[in-house]
Design a protein around this ligand. Structure first.
Ligand SMILES: Cc1cc2nc3c(=O)[nH]c(=O)nc-3n(C[C@H](O)[C@H](O)[C@H](O)COP(=O)(O)OP(=O)(O)OC[C@H]3O[C@@H](n4cnc5c(N)ncnc54)[C@H](O)[C@@H]3O)c2cc1C
Length: 381
């Protein structure tokens, strides 16, 4: 049972982190005034604004965990947590650099070659690396080990063939990190024989096809690889170590403030719009209490990740609870707004929250699958 019950009691209120939080808040306030962006739902997926990412980088708030030798500040994951929390809570348009900063940077530090680190980490720090993640396939979503995209050895490198789906941002990214089979399937060891490759998006034979969502927007893609030639320098980490690499990366993806705060813009706007009555105070209190508990769990995972400890199960639990909170918060906002006079901006935010609602518990691994992982982890103790 200890595997999930022993979350550590941590705060992110040390003086250095508090001062960083205020710096980020000041930046956001001034930047919003100067550039006029508005808080949006799911800003880490929907708010693609390359100029914003560069301004954020100029202010020193991207790639903060990257080592100084690659241009970063060498700060800890709790620093990154604080910055991320402020950005998502403000609904700031961070999507362009988000995946590279959140996932690719720690993986590069752990598994990248010196050449990859020198080329890519400074661009993450500059907020100018836009990366897509190519894991899911039409027949391999929850069951990622069923992936059939294959990289075959050639004289000078590798030949990539296959198809990825739900590839967020691939139509704007410069590269895609591809999870592919490099050894034939061994049914007794399905997770073995996978590797990762960093593939330039403009590689000949790579086709990015849009998948348009119900609201008419284009965030996702299908990415098709037909005899895409890739060099050995594109191998990310060790050949055959792909499964270990993607699962370690997923803890960073699953446990952060972006799994709790995607609807912060809706909550904030709704609570500002409603009159203070006993009923609304009770509802606001419930939201705040749930949020604070979740945040404590999320911060605890961030602290343990910072110490290099395996947090796969706790990260899964945080994502399950955090994304349910995101969904519930949209329902709560809708209920509270029923009695209010129509307000175009607020209605647009709540509508975006409703449209994105189903995605919260799917992306990053569905909650059903995560519960299975947690249950197995608990019984294994
Ligand atoms: C907003 C969003 C962004 C995404 N971005 C990316 C991205 O950038 N790159 C990428 O590679 N992927 C991405 N994905 C894909 C995402 O990781 C997959 O959608 C997810 O893993 C589920 O796979 P699937 O859609 O194929 O569903 P399926 O695996 O087909 O599952 C369908 C349903 O069956 C349930 N189910 C399946 N197996 C089990 C089981 N064993 N026990 C209980 N229930 C089960 C699932 O919970 C789900 O409800 C994104 C998805 C979303 C929604």
């Amino acid at each position: 049972m200890t595997v999930v019950s022993a979350f550590e009691s941590l705060t992110v209120s040390e003086p250095e982190l508090l001062s960083l939080r205020h710096e980020v808040r000041d930046f956001l306030e001034h930047d919003r005034q100067s550039h006029g962006w508005r808080p949006i739902v799911d800003s880490w997926m929907s708010g693609w604004d390359e100029a914003f990412s560069r301004r954020l980088a100029d202010a020193g708030f991207t790639g903060v965990t990257v080592s100084p030798e690659y241009g970063g500040r060498g700060l800890g994951f709790l620093h990154r947590y604080v910055i991320g929390e402020e950005l998502i809570a403000a609904g700031a348009p961070v999507a362009a650099h988000w995946t590279a900063d959140r996932q690719v940077a720690p993986s590069l530090e752990s598994y990248g070659t010196e050449e990859q680190k020198r080329e890519l980490l400074p661009r993450i720090v500059a907020g100018t690396l836009y990366s897509a993640i190519g894991m899911s396939e039409p027949e391999a979503g929850s069951d990622l080990a069923a992936a059939t995209t294959r990289a075959t050895r050639t004289d000078g490198g590798w030949l990539l063939n296959g198809r990825k789906v739900w590839t967020t941002g691939a139509h704007r990214a410069q590269q895609i990190v591809v999870f592919a089979r490099t050894s034939p399937l061994d049914t007794a060891h399905r997770h073995a024989g996978f590797s990762q490759f960093i593939v330039p998006i403009d590689s000949p034979g790579l086709l990015v096809e849009p998948i348009v969502t119900i609201d008419g927007l284009h965030h996702f893609n299908e990415v098709v690889f037909t005899d895409v030639e890739i060099s050995d320098s594109a191998v990310f980490g060790a050949i055959g170590n792909g499964w270990t690499q993607v699962t370690s990366e997923l803890s960073f993806e699953r446990s952060g403030p972006d799994r709790i705060l995607s609807t912060a813009a809706v909550i904030d706007a709704t609570l500002h719009a409603v009159d203070a009555t006993a009923d609304t105070a009770l509802t606001a209190g419930h939201l705040a209490a749930k949020f604070l508990s979740l945040r404590q769990l999320s911060v605890s995972v961030a602290g343990a990740l910072a110490d290099g400890r395996d947090q796969a199960l706790r990260a899964a639990l945080v994502k399950d609870l955090g994304t349910q909170f995101e969904q519930d918060s949209v329902d709560t906002a809708s209920d509270l707004l029923e009695d209010l006079p129509p307000d175009q901006d607020l209605t647009a935010l709540v509508t975006a929250g409703r449209t994105h609602r189903p995605m919260f518990t799917l992306r990053g691994g569905t909650n059903e699958i995560l519960r299975g992982m947690v249950a197995k982890g608990m019984t294994a103790q």
